[in-house]
Design a protein around this ligand. Sequence first.
Ligand SMILES: Nc1ncnc2c1ncn2[C@@H]1O[C@H](COP(=O)(O)OP(=O)(O)OP(=O)(O)O)[C@@H](O)[C@H]1O
Length: 307
Amino acid sequence: MSRAIKIENVNKSYGDLQALADIDLEIKQGEFFGLLGPNGAGKSTLIGILGGLVKKDSGQVTVLGKDIISDYRKTKKSLGIVPQEITFDPYFTVRETLEMHSGYFGIKDNSAKIDELLRALSLKDKAEIGPRELSGGMKRRLLIAKALVHDPEIIVLDEPTAGVDVELRNSLWDYVIDLNQKGKTIILTTHYLEEAEALCDRIAIMDQGKIIKIDSKENLINSIDKKLIKIQFKNLASNIENELAEFQFELNKTEKELIIEAAKKDLDQIMTKINNLKLEIVDLNIESAKLEDVFIKLTNLGGETDE
Ligand SMILES: Nc1ncnc2c1ncn2[C@@H]1O[C@H](COP(=O)(O)OP(=O)(O)OP(=O)(O)O)[C@@H](O)[C@H]1O
């Protein structure tokens, strides 16, 4: 696979605040890449640099092998960036907004693509009204359509589903997955970690202007040695707590449910002990670690994953 984006040694400060510190990152063509991190980690700053909205202090960024500064026009055409901030010209309808944006890229008749986007993003019946009459979620979908009118090779989505309801979120993802399967590179930032876990192949976790971890989703999740065992018994026995004393567990006596957090290496011993209790099991569930566990471990910010 060839390279979609190469970021080398990029730095950016706002006064005394170093928003990006020596960022190195390569994203291959066709990847579905997740850029995660707590508020203020530097994700939007990095995306702003990519799109030419933020000026880097140093370093180099290339898009499909072209420098974002010296080959600005070409790199701009290869990128479709959906920003976090919603801004529109209120005097144009949804369709006119998309036609005008096509015009920026020199596309004269773009009605087939515009119709495809309006359909995919469920905006067809809103095509002739102004952005002021759209709900917050609809505005966000128009922002996505606007970024895609010129059929870019690389699509960057900065928090695309904030404020979008579940049904539309799912249809939006179906559309983005389809684009990715057709070969488009997708870069996603989101605070919905389960969304990143479901969609991304590779993930970079940023914190305080640095990339603190970058790996495949599977490797990240496997790096957490944790299983959550939930067992519901028909009846409890008085010796459960003694029997499991060496492990970390919770016992809900009303629900007759036992929850044990265990390392993989202890699973066999735990299951043997539970077997020795000779209790009738009503339900059993073993969960593996989630991307959220990795995020919490690396950033110590579990409580702030949702905005
Ligand atoms: N224009 C600006 N002027 C001054 N400081 C800024 C500016 N833009 C961003 N920052 C600061 O740079 C840091 C990185 O911000 P950035 O928006 O890139 O983070 P983020 O990871 O996108 O956060 P979020 O998840 O909240 O969107 C923050 O400390 C922020 O306050």
